[in-house]
Design a protein around this ligand. Structure first.
Ligand code: ATP
Ligand code: MG
Ligand code: MG
Ligand code: MG
Length: 567
C-alpha cells in the first residue's frame, strides 16, 4: 500500500461540534464525514479500521461454531406486528412506505426475521443447535444521536441468533457466546468488563453486557472487588429494594403531579411561583438532575441542576449542560413524552432529594442507586458489599469486597430470549418423540462501528489516536524522506516494505513527499502503532529510525534489529 495512491485527509483544526475525544479524533484523522444527523460516511481510512474489527468478530464467531447469513435491512410491518414490537419499539423504529403503500421498517435488530428464517429452515431437532449471525447495518432513530459513530442512527452491528430444543442447550450456547465475546474484546486489545444487565425492549431471561471501560462512557457500572459481581446501573437499581416507581407509575406522576410537587420543584429551580407549573418530570443523567417543566402558555422549560453532594442543587449553565449531554444548546426541543424518564418524585423537596439520591434510611447509598449524585471517582471506597447483596439477591454470599463504580461504553450484549419470539412466529421443530416443540432462542449483539470509537476513547494522547495493534489501519508505516529527490532512498524503503509484508505485517509506505514534521504528525494522529523512517542519512549509517506510537523517543536500529522488533 502506497499512501500516495491512497486517500488520507487529516485536519489540524479541532471540529467545534464534537465534544467527545473519539469523535474529534475520527474527524481530524479523516476516518468519517457526516452526511446528516447520526449518519456518517466511512472514508477509506476509517473503513480499514472498521473492517479489521469486523474480521476479528467474524473469525471468532466462526470459531465458536456460528454460521453467517444475511437478513435485509428493510422488513415488513406485518412481521414486526407478530411480536407486538411494531408498537413497542416506539419512535426508534424508522418506518418506510413503498410505492404500493406497503409499510416497512429499517431493521434496528432482527429477532423477528431470524425467527422467521428458523421457521422456514428448521424442521427437526436433528438440525439443532444452530447459531446464525450477520454483520449488517442497523437503523435506530435515536432521540439524541451524538458522539459520531458512538451513538449513530445507522450503525454496523454483528447480530447472532441461536436456536435450541432445550433450555440447557440455550444456556450452553449463551456461555459459549460469552467466551467468544471475551476472546473478541481481548484480541481487539480493549480493557473491558462483562456486567449483569436488564434485558430491556428485547426481552427474555438472562442478559449480560460487555463494556469498554472509559470515563466518558454513558453507562455507570457497579462492581465488587471481593467477588465477580458486576452489573450496569439499571440492573443494580432494578434489583434494589426501596421506593422506585414503575415506568407506568412514573408516567402517571409526570402527567398528574401534585401542586405541592410543582411548587417545590419550581422553588428549587428558581422558577418563581408566579408562573403556573403544569407538569414536571425530574430525571437524572450521569450526575445531572434534569427537570422538564411544562408551564403556562404551553411553554416547556428545561432546567438542569447539578447535585452538589447531598445538600442541594447548583444550576448548571446551558453550555455545561449541552457539553454534558453532547448536544447543542436548545437540544431538547419541546417536551417529549418518550424521553427516558428515570426518576419522578411526587414528594416534598426534602423527601425528593432523598429519593433522587437513592439513599437508604441509614444514609448509605444502595448499590448503583446514586441517582442525581455525582459518581465517585473510580476506585473510591464505596458502600460495603452487604448493600450490593441486599440490592442484588438475598442469597448472595458475603464477599468482603468493596463497591466500586466505573463508567463504560456498551459494546456487546447477550440475551437468553427463551421462546417468546419463536412462539409468536410459530417456529417449531419435531422433537425426539416426533412432537412439535417451540424453539428456544438466544441473541447476541456487538456494536462493530461503536467499538472503533470506544477503542479511541481508551487509547489516545494529545497527538492523536493510539490504535491497539489489531485495529490499526496499518501496523507499520515506512516513511520516506524526500522520495522524489533520491532514488536509492525510495528503493530502500520499497524493499523494506516488501520485507515487512512478507513477514506478515500490514504495512504501508508513506511516499507522499510531505515534510517530515507533517508526515509524522499525520502518522501520530491516525494512530499507526509503528513508524519507520528511511532517510539518506540513515542509509549512509546503515540504520532506520524506529518509533513505537507509545514511546516518547525514536531509536536508530539496523535492519536486523528492526525486523526483530517488528516481527
Ligand atoms: P445503548 O444502551 O447504547 O442505547 P442498546 O442497549 O440499545 O445500546 P442493543 O440493542 O443491546 O443496544 O444492541 C447491541 C449493540 O449495538 C450495543 O451493545 C451497542 O454496542 C450497539 N449499538 C446500539 N445502539 C447503537 C447506536 N445508536 N450507535 C452505535 N452502536 C449502537
Ligand atoms: Mg439503545
Ligand atoms: Mg443498552
Ligand atoms: Mg443493549
Amino acid at each position: 500500500m502506497r499512501l500516495s495512491q491512497f486517500h488520507l485527509h487529516t485536519t489540524k483544526e479541532t471540529p467545534s461540534d464534537a465534544e467527545l475525544t473519539s469523535h474529534r479524533l475520527m474527524l481530524r484523522a479523516g476516518m468519517i464525514r457526516k452526511l446528516a444527523s447520526g449518519l456518517y460516511i466511512w472514508s477509506p481510512l476509517g473503513l480499514r479500521v472498521l473492517r479489521k474489527v469486523e474480521r476479528i468478530v467474524r473469525e471468532e464467531m466462526e470459531r465458536a461454531g456460528a454460521v453467517e447469513f444475511q437478513i435485509p435491512t428493510i422488513q415488513p410491518k406485518e412481521l414486526w406486528e407478530t411480536t407486538g414490537r411494531w408498537e413497542k419499539f416506539g419512535p426508534q423504529l424508522l418506518k418506510i412506505k413503498d410505492r404500493k403503500e406497503q409499510v416497512f421498517c429499517y431493521s434496528p435488530t432482527a429477532e423477528e426475521a431470524a425467527a422467521d428464517f428458523a421457521r422456514q429452515e428448521l424442521s427437526s431437532y436433528k438440525q439443532l443447535p444452530v447459531n446464525f449471525f450477520q454483520i449488517q447495518s442497523k437503523f435506530r432513530d435515536e432521540i439524541r444521536p451524538r458522539f459520531g459513530v458512538m451513538r449513530a442512527r445507522e450503525f454496523l452491528m454483528k447480530d447472532a441468533y441461536s436456536f435450541h430444543l432445550h433450555d440447557e442447550c440455550l444456556v450452553r450456547e449463551y456461555e459459549n457466546m460469552k467466551s467468544a465475546y471475551s476472546r473478541i474484546f481481548t484480541r481487539l486489545g480493549l480493557d473491558f468488563r462483562m456486567v449483569q444487565a436488564d434485558s430491556g425492549a428485547i426481552g427474555g431471561d438472562a442478559s449480560q453486557e460487555f463494556h469498554v471501560i472509559a470515563d466518558s462512557g454513558e453507562d455507570a457500572l457497579v462492581f465488587s472487588t471481593g467477588s465477580d459481581y458486576a452489573a450496569n446501573q439499571e440492573a443494580a437499581v432494578a434489583a434494589a429494594p426501596g421506593p422506585r416507581p414503575a415506568a407506568s407509575e412514573a408516567r402517571r406522576l409526570v402527567e398528574t403531579p401534585t401542586q405541592k410537587t410543582c411548587e417545590a420543584v419550581a422553588a428549587l429551580l428558581g422558577l418563581g411561583l408566579e408562573r403556573t407549573v403544569k407538569s414536571i418530570a425530574i430525571m437524572s443523567e450521569g450526575g445531572f438532575v434534569l427537570a422538564l417543566v411544562r408551564g403556562d402558555h404551553d411553554v416547556n422549560e428545561i432546567k438542569l441542576g447539578k447535585v452538589a453532594g447531598l445538600q442541594g442543587y447548583r444550576m448548571a449553565s446551558e453550555a455545561e449542560i449541552a457539553a454534558h449531554l453532547g448536544s447543542e444548546p436548545g437540544f431538547l426541543g419541546p417536551l417529549d413524552p418518550v424521553l427516558p424518564i428515570r426518576i419522578v418524585a411526587d414528594r416534598d423537596v426534602a423527601a425528593m432529594a432523598d429519593f433522587v439520591i437513592g439513599a437508604n434510611q441509614a444514609g448509605r447509598h444502595i448499590a448503583g442507586v446514586n441517582w442525581g449524585r455525582d459518581l465517585p471517582e473510580p476506585g473510591t471506597p464505596g458502600t460495603d458489599v452487604a448493600d450490593i447483596r441486599n440490592a442484588k439477591e438475598g442469597d448472595r454470599a458475603a464477599d468482603g469486597g468493596q463497591l466500586k463504580i466505573a463508567r463504560g461504553i456498551e459494546v456487546g450484549h447477550v440475551f437468553q430470549l427463551g421462546r417468546q419470539y419463536a412462539q409468536a412466529l410459530n417456529a417449531t421443530v419435531l422433537d425426539e418423540n416426533g412432537k412439535a416443540a417451540v424453539l428456544a432462542m438466544g441473541c447476541y449483539g456487538i456494536g462493530i462501528s461503536r467499538i472503533v470509537a470506544a477503542a479511541i476513547e481508551q487509547n489516545h494522547d494529545d497527538a492523536g489516536i493510539i490504535w491497539p495493534e489489531a485495529m490499526a489501519p496499518w501496523q507499520v508505516v515506512v516513511c520516506v524522506i524526500n522520495p522524489k529527490q533520491d532514488e536509492s532512498v525510495s528503493a530502500a524503503a520499497a524493499g523494506l516494505l516488501a520485507e515487512l509484508q512478507a513477514a506478515g505485517l500490514d504495512a504501508a509506505l508513506d511516499d507522499r513527499g510531505l515534510r517530515p514534521g507533517a508526515m509524522f504528525a499525520d502518522m501520530e494522529l491516525i494512530g499507526v502503532p509503528h513508524r519507520v523512517v528511511v532517510s539518506e542519512r540513515g542509509l549512509a549509517a546503515g540504520t532506520f529510525e524506529y518509533r513505537s506510537r507509545r514511546a516518547s523517543e525514536a531509536e536508530s536500529l539496523d535492519r536486523q534489529a528492526l525486523l526483530g522488533r517488528l516481527t
